[in-house]
Design a protein around this ligand. Sequence first.
Ligand code: PLP
Length: 450
Amino acid sequence: MTKTWEERDLAHIWHPCSQMKDYETLPPMVIDYGEGVWLYDIHGKRYLDIVSSWWANLLGHCNKDINDAIKAQLDRLEHVIFANFSHRPAIELAEKLSEITPPKLTKFHFNDNGSSAVEAALKMCFQFYHQTGKPEKQRFFCLTEGYHGETIGALSVGSMDLFAKLYQPMMMDNIHVEAPDCYRCPYGKRRDACACECFEKAEQAFAAHAHEVAAMIVEPLLQGSAGMRIYPPLYLKKLRALCDRYDVKLIADEIATGFGRTGTMFACAQAGISPDVMCLSKGLTGGYLPMSVTCVTDEIYDAFYDDYGTGHAFVHSHTYAGNPLGCAAALAVQRVMEEQGILETAAKNAAWLTRELGEALGAHPQVGEIRHIGLIHAIELVRDPQTKEPLDARRRTGYAIYQKALSLGLVLRPLGDVLYFNPPLNITREELSLAIEMTVEAVHAVLPER
Ligand code: PLP
């Protein structure tokens, strides 16, 4: 008998971030084609991609403008070694990035995925101090519950046990500062009316360790993988000042937050700060092609600029750095964002979504909080909204809702028991309405209101 595509998949493919045994009950959805927010499988069933295919897809699947740009580039140049060589799309993209990123960022180092952008950022900061007279600065500050990717260096500045705990013996010894936890604030404050009292944890860590630390890395305003934990811009403002006071570089990991996801082109803008290093990926190419950029200041770049014999160069490369197809896609993304007023429409739809989702699910007895930033809306499910006691993680409630939502035609892939929308920025209100309807049905199917 001929095997199905699903069977052929499972015969050989080890999927990312998966317990493969789960696929016995939930086989892979084999996608045939995509169109806007929709993914169509080989059986003709469609799924609304409310999670933007791992937060990457920015302007819909098979967006005509991006497709055309890649096709045009494909017939000129698919790839070229990026040491000593260059090409027009990379040059234009670097110019564009220098316009849209925070003002102090002027130099752009290309890599090929988010984790590798983080690795480059860490190595750059380490090497910066090594060759500017402070070689003792070798460690990093990061926030608890932070996530920066899954290569060993990136894991070392991440704090989520799920991804990192097992590999502890392989990792660098960094300093994990207690992150803001605005939903369950230990200071009894509210996110929209606090003075970031929790910042004292960062102050204490800097006082004790800044002399041995090269940089602090954070996900600005939004700890995505931790369950879409949102914290106030004031925290970032204070962090910028603290980093300056102690001569510690600030790395903003905008891989998930960049390109309008939080309502502004970059989250740092909401705090009015310019980091020393910024990591970009995902939405950079509209979620089309694996590409990332590590953006730095002149100050950092200049510390590496010297005669060859000094050994001051940044000897770090990835084969697909600066891939022309990725650059062409990224340029098209910027054109579409400008020409179609994507951020402006997304902002209006975000405010509308906040109201609609609140009305649809705000009163459900297992909904603890619906928090939002930009179009990102997260629904935290709890045992009891009064005590904010989490659901029993072993019951995998979020996963059960995910399965139900899939059967309805919605990709509502949760983070534990946090459901979230993080759709392409050009999603329409009609599509958002459908997503809300399916979410409500899936939540009620698994957690009926008594
Ligand atoms: N940093 C952040 C904030 C992320 O959300 C992610 C991925 O989700 C990464 C880094 C890692 O990116 P990649 O999966 O491309 O390695």
